[in-house]
Write a protein that binds this ligand. Sequence first.
Ligand SMILES: Nc1ncnc2c1ncn2[C@@H]1O[C@H](COP(=O)(O)OP(=O)(O)O)[C@@H](O)[C@H]1O
Ligand SMILES: [Mg+2]
Length: 258
Amino acid sequence: MADGCGIRMERVCYSVGGRSILRDFDLSLDPGVNRTILGVSGVGKTTILKLLLGLLKPDSGRIIIEEEDIATLSEGGLALARKHISIVFQGGALFDSMTVGENVGYRMLEEGHLAEQEIDAIVREKLGFVGLEKAINLYPAELSGGMKKRVAIARALAADPEYIFFDEPTTGLDPIGVYNIQQLMLRLQGEGKTTLMVTHDMHTAFAVSDRFSFIHEAQLVFEGTKSELKESSIPAIREFFAPGKESLFRYVESEESA
Ligand SMILES: Nc1ncnc2c1ncn2[C@@H]1O[C@H](COP(=O)(O)OP(=O)(O)O)[C@@H](O)[C@H]1O
Ligand SMILES: [Mg+2]
């Protein structure tokens, strides 16, 4: 099992333009315990990932990566803490002007620690892992949505992180694409990586996660296992699983923002 101390958020508050996105939000990601954060679109899921990466700063509360409070770190220290983590962004965030191989290898090339042949070997290995070694010379525009996500996973793996964050990895994919992503996540977990996913795809969440956090109206309203989540009587969770009349056309401020 993976070692390390994990990642946590303690009583984190974050607001934008006076609007509270997170209120006293707690999260723990222990090595080897794969977690999904569930919640409706616009609730703040991507914001949580950005806070954990130090891309956003909380108004209050602590964010700890492997025993280091990231608020106290210098730029260099933050860069080191981030090395524990890779993120697969929602859209894949590939560079359109680079080939698949260049996308996977560019960070290693930029860091300048490895020779080109070593980088090429790692790029091929990671593309092999996601089943795309033959696409190495293609451009993102030539790939399907599912293939782009897989390239993004290969790129995330190139840095050999302990933790991999996934921002809605299955949104917009067909059933085969969804299945591929689920299988890749399970294989990564089998190799000792710890995954943190944010999504509203419950099917995938149940397929790949050990524990679940549910965020509703800026707060953590549930933390627990799959069976505890399924049996929860919390109204927001019941509605999420089985939207009914009370959900119809209910105004959600940022419904379209995901
Ligand atoms: N840069 C920003 N400026 C203003 N509001 C933002 C910004 N980014 C996100 N938001 C708002 O913060 C809320 C949470 O966004 P986000 O974390 O992207 O939600 P999710 O990922 O759950 O769909 C949304 O209501 C969104 O409108
Ligand atoms: Mg989002």
